[in-house]
Design a protein around this ligand. Structure first.
Ligand SMILES: *Cc1c(COP(=O)(O)O)cnc(C)c1O
Length: 425
């Protein structure tokens, strides 16, 4: 994979989540269109994970490009403290139409980590403003909420957080609910709540993305949320991954009766064109900050907050999401995954197949040691056959752009089946 770009890259660039001594090579990507990305040697790959769940309406979507290019001739960037603008206001109206009905106010920021960081700060200050000392956060084991300090503290996943752990926020963890464990989880929850110190609960509703697209029980989650609400714990749904159609409805929270107090959005929010995030909340949260006293306000702000171009991309994305065509695309992928699953679940190399909406995942039933760097080998094998997938350990998951063509999706399935057959022999 040694390429011209890769050589120049190695000179000055430090990549995310990368140990450069072990992985010096980066693949140069030169263009992308729809569900395809193309490298600098002209090889094409189907982007079967929507570039980390962002470009769900396709790369370089012409409608989004046109809207943003029009907007950038008119207003590029302006301070959002003391000023407002049409793209932000129009986006707030569009989001309110699709968010759960209890959501009332939107706070803008830049990325998924800032969206959850803001949710956490809102929960802590909500209690502070009401004169209650609550400083413990509650989170699911194996959750992922981002890489800034607060977000990292509530994430239960990374084995690489060693240097920072002593500095983390105070966090208690509970397992995700299953049909079997829910009574146990409820009773440990009640014990945790008895101290009256829990300020907020942050959770990825129904699907834990970074944990390997692990899915949990909606009924159990409802029960947990109900108990927390009865104890005035602020519930924060991190929908950074699950938002905007991926679970088959606009948001994963739409599958639950208990709606969150706060929702964190990013990734597909801006259709993969540029970074932005939103943290939404209920009127009750907002009202705890609304006061004659300045210090009760929420003193948090990022320079590019509500950037007009990002807002325009988001607004156009929502229009696309609500279109008949995109909804049909989502249904088509859901049905295709279901037929593929009938085939795959019979495969002796496969265990734990699972699906919600366009998200489909399974584990390879094989001892990890036997294949050594299994993940890297698999990644290469998929890429060699023109499919971009990013296995997480022995979990393989699909989250294709909604605009993926049927032939492209079938190609992805065939490549998976082909590779499984090779491993069997
Ligand atoms: C990706 C992700 C984040 C972090 O978003 P960044 O934009 O990478 O900071 C937070 N929560 C969830 C559920 C995510 O999938």
């Amino acid at each position: 994979m040694q390429t011209h770009l890769s050589k120049r890259d190695q000179k000055h660039i430090w990549h995310p989540l990368t140990q450069h001594k072990l992985y010096p090579e980066m693949l140069g990507i030169s263009s992308a269109q729809g569900a395809m990305i193309r490298d600098e040697n002209g090889n094409e790959y189907i982007d079967a994970i929507s570039s980390w769940y962002t470009c769900v309406y396709g790369h370089c979507n012409p409608q989004i490009l046109k809207a943003v290019s029009n907007q950038m001739q008119v207003l590029d960037q302006v301070v959002f403290s003391g000023f407002t603008h049409e793209p932000a206001v129009a986006l707030s109206e569009a989001l309110m139409e699709i968010l759960p009905h209890n959501q009332e106010k939107l706070f803008f920021s830049d990325n998924g980590s800032t969206a959850t960081e803001i949710g956490i700060k809102m929960a802590l200050q909500y209690h502070f403003n009401r004169g209650e000392r609550r400083n413990v956060l509650l989170a699911f084991e194996e959750g992922f909420h981002g890489d800034t300090f607060g977000a990292m503290s509530v994430s239960g996943l990374s084995v690489y957080n060693g240097p920072f752990e002593e500095l983390f926020l105070q966090v208690k963890r509970i397992p995700v609910p299953t049909v079997e464990n829910i009574d146990e989880v409820e009773s440990s929850l009640n014990t945790l709540l008895s101290s009256n110190s829990v300020a907020g609960f942050i959770y990825e509703p129904l699907v834990q993305g970074a944990a390997g697209m692990k899915m949990h029980d909606a009924r159990g989650l409802n029960r947990i949320l109900k108990i927390l609400k009865a104890n005035n714990v602020v519930t924060i749904a991190d929908e950074v991954m699950t938002g905007f159609g991926k679970t088959g409805s606009f948001f994963a929270s739409d599958h639950l009766q208990e709606k969150p107090d706060i929702i964190c959005l990013s990734k597909a929010l801006t259709a993969g064109l540029m970074p932005m995030a939103v943290t939404s909340c209920t009127a009750a949260i907002y009202d705890a900050f609304y006061s004659d006293e300045i210090s009760r306000g929420f003193f948090h702000g990022h320079t590019y907050t509500a950037n007009p171009l990002a807002c325009t991309a988001a607004l156009t994305g929502i229009k696309l999401l609500r279109s008949r065509e995109m909804q049909d695309n989502i249904q088509r992928i859901i049905q295709s995954h279901k037929s593929f699953d009938m085939q795959l679940r019979e495969n002796p190399m496969v265990q734990n197949t699972r699906q919600i909406g366009v998200i489909y995942a399974f584990e390879l039933a094989m001892a990890m040691e036997r294949y050594g760097n299994l993940r890297d080998i698999l990644f290469r094998q998929f890429m060699d056959r023109g499919v971009f997938l990013r296995p997480l350990g022995n979990t393989i998951y699909l989250l294709p752009p909604y605009v993926i063509k049927d032939e492209q999706l079938q190609h992805v399935y065939q490549v998976i089946l082909g590779i499984l057959t090779e491993y069997q022999h």
